[in-house]
Ligand binder design. Structure first.
Ligand code: RAM
Length: 355
């Protein structure tokens, strides 16, 4: 399988947009910490100025991956003239987004773009939002399909899994015990990727020599992920590798491995931000990992929201819309819109990316 790469200029542009988003999000984050779900929900960077409103509700605000996604979301919201805001919790627990959703509904937000911390916990709040006329775009981590109009998925879920297990197998010579260090136990996206990784290990003869001996959860919290990585190595001294399908988990695990006796001996693959992983690729802790362009995810989500409001799409399979300069996108089965493509990063290409 070949994975195209992004042109450097575009990646750089996204990086700058993301930096602007970080500033906006930090302002909102401090407001949220004081008045979770209160009057501050709906504040944000203030871009746009049109009469329609779009609010992004990420899994959590203090996540560098989220910041890059929001950079794309903000730029696209501006392009379509929507009032843009970001609200959300500081940690990714199952029900932490509910109060924010309720406030957005009270405010009459036209489009809610949500990365669900749990596929069902947000259901009743989203149902109320829809009853009030809001369009719901899930992104990154899906809700139960009953609660949203479309799901904007970065890459085909199975492809995300296939890249990670192939990279791991290549790095450990196809043999040995491996572990998974995930985000939260209820994250829809990580759980789907893990399901496909497990399926591959159980059924693909290429991976017959590999066993998954443990799956642990760092909750997309840097300190907890670091401790879980340490715990995995203590509990499994023969471990050959760790797959971490979360940018927070892989960065924390790399940091742990880089100063431990396991550096260069225990393989680490998964999904990471090139800017967070660069030093660990250069110091020999990590050989290769994968991701996609997170800003494009935010962009496509905003354009999908507009298309739902305009009635260009309803979320039915085969509906099409234009996602700005990213071009046409089609709604697939189950209301899923794929952004794609994934990219693999290693010492040869990591300096070509800036996000
Ligand atoms: C983390 C989050 C996010 C996931 C990325 C790869 O930042 O868990 O949901 O898509 O990793």
């Amino acid at each position: 399988m070949e994975f195209p790469t992004f042109p450097r200029g575009r990646a750089l542009r996204r990086g700058l947009a993301a930096a602007a988003a970080v500033a906006a999000v930090s302002l909102v984050a401090s407001g949220c910490a004081l008045t979770a779900g209160g009057d501050d929900a709906g504040s944000g960077s203030g871009s746009g100025g049109g009469s329609s409103s779009i609010a992004f509700v990420p899994k959590q605000l203090n996540n560098p991956y989220t910041d890059v996604v929001l950079g794309g979301g903000e730029a696209a919201s501006k392009d379509i003239g929507y009032d843009y805001s970001v609200v959300g919790p500081l940690e990714a627990s199952a029900s932490s987004q509910v109060t924010f959703l309720n406030t957005l509904t009270q405010q009459g937000t036209n489009v809610i773009v949500i990365a669900a911390n749990d596929p069902d916990a947000v259901g009743p709040a989203l149902k109320e939002a829809r009853d009030g006329g809001a369009k719901i775009v899930a992104f990154d981590s899906d809700t139960n399909p009953d609660y949203r109009d479309v799901f904007v998925s970065q890459v085909e879920a199975k492809d995300v899994a296939l890249i990670q297990i192939r990279q791991m197998s290549e790095q450990i010579g196809g043999e040995g015990d491996i572990a998974i260090l995930s985000a939260t136990a209820n994250a829809t996206n990580q759980n789907e990727w893990i399901k496909y990784i497990q399926e591959e290990v159980e059924t693909n003869p290429d991976y017959a020599g590999i066993s998954i001996v443990s799956t642990v959860y760092g909750d997309d919290d840097d300190a907890k992920s670091f401790q879980e990585a340490q715990g995995l190595l203590q509990a499994n001294p023969d471990l050959k590798g760790i797959i971490s399908p979360t940018t927070v988990g892989i960065a924390a695990t790399a940091r742990y491995l880089s100063t431990s006796e396991y550096k260069g001996k225990v393989a680490l693959t998964g999904l990471g931000l090139p800017n967070e992983m660069r030093e660990f690729v250069k110091d020999g802790t990590v050989t290769a990992f994968a991701l996609w362009d997170p800003a494009q995810l935010g962009e496509v989500a905003a354009y999908a929201g507009q298309a739902l409001v305009d009635g260009t799409i309803t979320g039915a399979e085969g509906d099409t819309f234009t996602a700005g300069d990213l071009g046409e996108r089609t709604v697939g089965a189950d209301g899923i819109i794929i952004v794609g493509p994934p990219t693999e990063f290693d010492a040869d290409n990591i300096d070509d990316y800036d996000f």
